[in-house]
Design a protein around this ligand. Structure first.
Ligand SMILES: CC(=O)SCCNC(=O)CCNC(=O)[C@H](O)C(C)(C)COP(=O)(O)OP(=O)(O)OC[C@H]1O[C@@H](n2cnc3c(N)ncnc32)[C@H](O)[C@@H]1OP(=O)(O)O
Ligand SMILES: CC(C)C(=O)C(=O)O
Length: 804
């Protein structure tokens, strides 16, 4: 679904190298201590449900940034800031301003260039140190809304090891520096009008004694001294799982304990800041919200220290799939991915929830089958719901969210490899070829794909599958099989009434057999059985129909019919799968699609089996082909008929010879050629013509006198030359469209007796889209007259009525 995303991690020379020197312990209790559960017997959070979105704080530009090997540049930070706004974040931790000139300048730039919308809070982080606090407050001076976020570690290990502070000293530090923040922000507000909120983090909250965390925060709240009960004035207590060291239910207990024991809860925003060391950051945030959290701090796609901050994309979309508006917009997920991967120089994992390139893809057969059925049933369910004006609920096996909601299409929902089944392959054929294979055919085609996938040990792309389908069922001119249906006519057998629906049918058509046209005829109950009869009689192909289905493709005037047929060998055991062949036909005409499907299945059955040759005896040759016939015409008439016309005349000869036991003499053949193309008693004949040049660019105007069944008719046309001018003239006289498909000429004889021979193929398309073509031939001393006569000869062959 998604392209390979963004940049990839490069292993730094000093990155962790995994070796063999350490070993896992048989008894890890000798090294690691379990977390101490909180005694919260009447905990409330397990039975709550989240029904609204929390406030969100995006800390990509602070916690995310501080964890990068190469912290972001100002342009990169600007990109992430703009993306955060696009996604709908109203609170953005933009920097640790005292950390670097870049961070400080970035914050100043946002304010001075007026890049911060009026309803967006700029949050900045500082340690509890005077110099850092001063610079931090300076960084946001003049912004409309700002949050100063201060932290100091309260957990025992940090108190003992990092700060070497007692509990009292820890509280004293937090109180003293909170008072400083209060003083500096009051001064700044007075000068610049910036509205400040204050956030305090007892760092490593999850490893701090719960009672002590409450005690520190009570002291900080008192020191801040102005927490109000509206959101803009609440004090924010952030409860970070700085390092995730316990399961998420324990975090929820800690949060609920804090919420129940802190005073003036209504004046406090409880912010949750889970990290992901145990891989449960999302769960911790979700349970923490049930336990009383109001706000969640995290990063896009879970960037951040070590295993990352909690992933805000996952959290937001988890709410969305429960029908809860997250107040964040990830409609253009790919854009988010592109910006974040470029700025962080880290990839998004292919299996990352909602965003990874594989997360909406099923390779395995049973998943694909369920998804295919799910889409089919959902389409019907949605149509029914729409008709009743009810919501169209998403309920799809294996897809918790509609990929379209976050900017993905359904193209990669099903991808095929050796683990895939018939359902997935059928889904792709239906999606990309609009062909809905019958169930048993799905099984047959699955085997084709399975063989390729297994043999080549690779994924089958959509193109691989559709190409294999075209090749297997001989769809399209480049995949033509040994037999190809060129033209046909289905009529009722002589003697039966054309109105009788049950009257036997006659198939009369031309198939090419290994490239050579073969005129065949057969009778049956319907067109398909008549064709099978013709194949049995003429080509010794004896097959029966076991299954036949059809459906339409498209709508309106471009609608086509698709037919699927399974043929079997009547002499074989019906359970023998190797003696059953499927075929597919597509045609604008329903009978045509069925006939093409039969030919397609016959091709599958043929392999390289030799087919009986046509016994056509022209002159003394018992096995004459198109070239033999053409050489007889050359000998008799000095006409070098073009290649495609040889095939057309060969059909004419076969039809004629059918009446004479497939035998025809050379003279009769020449006579047949004359009769067919010179058409002595032509309906439309050339009288006179006058051509004149109409413009400097060589266009011709042609006035032609035609004799139409004896009556004279004048036709006028314009074109690049006399032939195109006559075609234009004829075009104006018919309903439908005439095009010239092929034209060639050569001379006959030499010197003063030289004559021109012209060969023309015209194609006519009637207003209902039916096509037919015909060849015409003419010989004349005048080269223009020869061409014009050949056109009229072909036109007569088309047998198109002239308008009055
Ligand atoms: C859980 C978190 O993510 S917290 C945020 C962490 N983010 C960062 O650290 C990124 C930005 N940090 C920096 O650029 C630098 O650390 C600075 C500019 C803040 C400070 O740099 P330095 O002055 O060189 O100090 P250093 O980085 O070594 O910090 C350690 C000192 O700060 C103290 N310290 C650590 N956290 C705090 C705190 N929250 N409040 C007060 N002091 C603290 C340590 O005890 C130590 O003091 P010591 O030197 O007396 O032993
Ligand atoms: C500064 C604090 C909130 C922090 O980043 C953490 O504890 O992870």
């Amino acid at each position: 679904m998604f392209s390979v995303r963004g940049a990839h991690t490069r292993l730094h020379p000093t990155a962790l190298v995994r070796g063999f020197s350490s070993k896992m312990l048989a008894d890890p209790s000798q090294k690691y201590r379990p977390y101490k559960p909180i005694q919260l017997a009447d905990r409330q959070w397990p039975s709550r449900v989240t029904r609204s979105a929390p406030h969100w704080l995006a800390t990509d530009l602070r916690d995310g940034n501080q964890s990068l090997a190469n912290p972001m540049t100002i342009p990169q930070k600007t990109q992430i800031f703009e993306l955060s706004l696009q996604c709908g974040f109203k609170e953005i931790e933009v920097a640790y301003p005292a950390a670097s000139d870049t961070d400080f300048a970035f914050v100043r730039g946002l304010i001075e260039k007026k890049m911060v919308p009026d309803d967006v809070w700029l949050q900045v982080l500082t340690a509890a140190r005077e110099d850092l606090i001063r610079r931090t407050v300076d960084s946001v001076a003049g912004s409309k809304l700002a949050v100063i976020h201060m932290y100091n570690a309260t957990a025992p290990t940090f108190r003992d090891v990092v700060f070497r502070n007692t509990m009292e000293e820890t509280i004293a530090l937090a109180v003293k520096q909170t008072e400083l923040v209060r003083k500096l922000t009051d001064e700044c507000s007075a000068k610049t009008g910036t509205h400040f909120r204050y956030e305090y983090s007892p760092e490593c909250f999850t490893q701090t004694e719960p009672e002590f965390a409450v005690e520190v925060c009570e002291a900080v709240k008192k020191a801040w001294g102005k927490a109000g009960s509206d959101y803009e004035n609440k004090i924010i207590f952030n409860l970070p799982a700085t390092v995730e060291v316990a399961p998420p239910n324990h975090y929820a207990d800690q949060v609920e304990y804090f919420c129940r024991n802190i005073s003036e809860r209504e004046k406090i925003t409880i912010s949750l800041h889970p990290h992901n060391d145990r891989g449960a950051g999302v769960a911790a945030a979700e349970l923490g919200l049930l336990a009383g959290g109001d706000r969640v701090e995290g990063c896009l796609f879970g960037n951040g220290e070590r295993t990352g901050n909690v992933d805000l994309v996952t959290l937001a979309l988890n709410l969305y799939t429960q029908g809860v508006a997250p107040n964040l917009d990830f409609s253009d997920m790919q854009h988010c991915i592109d910006v974040v991967t470029q700025c962080n120089d880290l990839p998004v994992h292919p299996r990352h929830p909602y965003a990874g390139e594989l997360v909406f893809t099923a390779f395995s057969g049973s998943h694909q089958d369920a998804i295919k059925k799910g889409f089919e049933s959902q389409t019907k369910r949605h149509a029914a719901a729409a008709a009743e004006g009810k919501p169209q609920y998403w309920d799809m096996p294996y897809l918790p969210i509609d990929p379209a909601d976050i900017g993905c299409n359904y193209e990669a929902v099903i991808r095929v490899n050796s683990q895939s089944g018939k359902g997935g392959i059928a889904y792709i054929v239906k999606q990309h070829m609009q062909l809905d294979m019958p169930r048993r055919m799905q099984i047959a085609f699955y085997q084709v794909i399975q063989d390729i996938a297994d043999r080549e040990a690779r994924e089958m792309s959509i193109e691989d599958i559709t190409t294999a389908f075209r090749k297997t069922y001989h769809l399209g001119s480049q995949h033509e099989g040994r037999l190809a249906l060129r033209s046909f006519k289905v009529s009722t057998v002589e003697g039966s009434s054309a109105d009788d629906a049950d009257a036997p049918r006659r198939f009369d058509g031309t198939v090419t057999v290994d490239g050579v046209p073969r005129v065949i005829r057969g009778d049956g109950n319907g067109p398909l059985s008549a064709l099978l009869d013709a194949l049995r009689e003429n080509l010794d192909v004896d097959l029966h129909i076991r299954e036949y289905t059809e459906h339409s493709i498209g709508q309106g005037t471009s609608v086509k019919a698709a037919s699927f047929v399974e043929l079997t060998d009547p002499k074989a055991d019906p359970r023998d799968k190797s003696k059953a062949w499927w075929g597919v036909g597509i045609d604008s005409d329903i009978a045509g699609s069925g006939l093409h499907a039969v030919i397609s299945a016959v091709n599958a059955s043929l392999g390289d089996r030799a087919l009986p040759e046509l016994k056509l005896n022209v002159g003394y040759s018992t096995r004459s082909g198109p070239a033999d016939v053409a050489s007889k015409v050359l000998n008799g008439l000095q006409l070098e008929i073009p290649r495609r016309m040889q095939a057309a005349f060969f059909e004419v000869v076969q039809r004629a010879a059918r009446e004479t036991n497939n035998e025809i003499s050379a003279d009769k053949l020449v006579e047949l050629f004359r009769r067919t193309y010179f058409r002595a008693a032509q309906k439309v004949q050339l009288g006179g013509f006058k051509a004149e040049q109409t413009s400097a660019d060589g266009r011709r105007r042609l006035e032609v006198e035609l004799a139409v069944e004896g009556a004279s008719k004048q036709v006028v046309g314009e074109g690049n030359g006399p032939l195109s001018a006559l075609l234009a003239g004829l075009q104006s006289q018919v309903d439908g469209n005439i095009v010239l498909r092929e034209f060639s000429e050569h001379s006959i004889g030499e010197g003063a007796d030289v004559q021109a021979a012209s060969y023309i193929e015209l194609q006519f398309t009637s207003n209902d889209g039916a096509k037919r073509s015909a060849w015409g031939v003419a010989v004349d001393e005048d080269i223009t007259a020869s061409g014009l006569k050949a056109i009229l000869s072909a036109f007569n062959g088309l047998d198109v009525p002239l308008k009055n």
